[in-house]
Ligand binder design. Structure first.
Ligand code: GRF
Length: 192
């Protein structure tokens, strides 16, 4: 699920094409609004996409069900998910956040604001976090983090670019590992 440029989506699709995503396959890209870069990336790779406004939870659940979606991945999705979606996908719903949670997450912490907050706090390092999604923003179980240094004189944009590079490496790797575990659990009869 996407709301923006979709560079993380691009990294996931690159991993898929290069065989680094062997336990999952992206079958549907959902955007909450039309005209965003992420939809262009999906189209270029011939991945099916849908635009579903965040308010239309019934439509979202229908699309997820129709496409038999097992893992739901947020990749720069800027809207809160409805409670029914969180409930249905609990334990198989992931997000990536551009900071080392639990630091610098929660309401208002998105885009360059995150990196400004990191710099203002005088942190010596930042990074990104892949976590499970629950009802609270940027709060679910942390699955993995990657760290980058904060350099003297860093501008938010420079820090954002350094973190984003790590996001593109971390997220596909975590998704693949998570999908493998999910598959094993389904085979054992859990969550089916
Ligand atoms: C990333 O920084 C991600 O951590 C955050 O939103 C941004 C999305 O960027 N959740 P992109 O659309 O994947 O380029």
């Amino acid at each position: 699920m996407v709301s923006g440029g979709g560079s993380n989506l691009g990294a996931i699709l690159d991993a898929q094409e290069c065989g680094r995503l062997s336990h999952a396959r992206v079958v549907l890209v959902i955007a909450n609004k039309p005209g965003i870069g992420a939809l262009g990336r999906a189209a270029e790779r011939h991945i099916e996409s849908r635009v579903i406004p965040a308010e239309d939870e019934a439509g979202l659940l229908q699309a997820l069900g129709d496409n038999r979606i097992e893992l739901l991945l947020l990749a720069g999705y800027m809207r809160r998910l409805g409670g029914k979606t969180v409930e249905r996908y609990r334990g198989r719903l992931l997000n990536i956040h551009p900071a080392l949670l639990p630091r610098h997450g929660g309401p208002g912490m998105f885009g360059l604001r995150v990196h400004r907050a990191v710099l203002e706090a005088g942190e010596s390092e930042s990074g990104c976090t892949v976590h499970e999604v629950d009802e609270e923003l940027d709060h679910g179980r942390v699955l993995a983090q990657a760290r980058v240094p904060v350099l003297p004189g860093d501008a938010p944009e420079a820090l954002a670019a350094r973190v984003l590079k790590e996001e593109h490496r971390l997220y596909p790797a975590v998704i693949d590992e998570f999908a493998l575990r999910w598959r094993q659990r389904v085979q054992e009869g859990v969550g089916s």
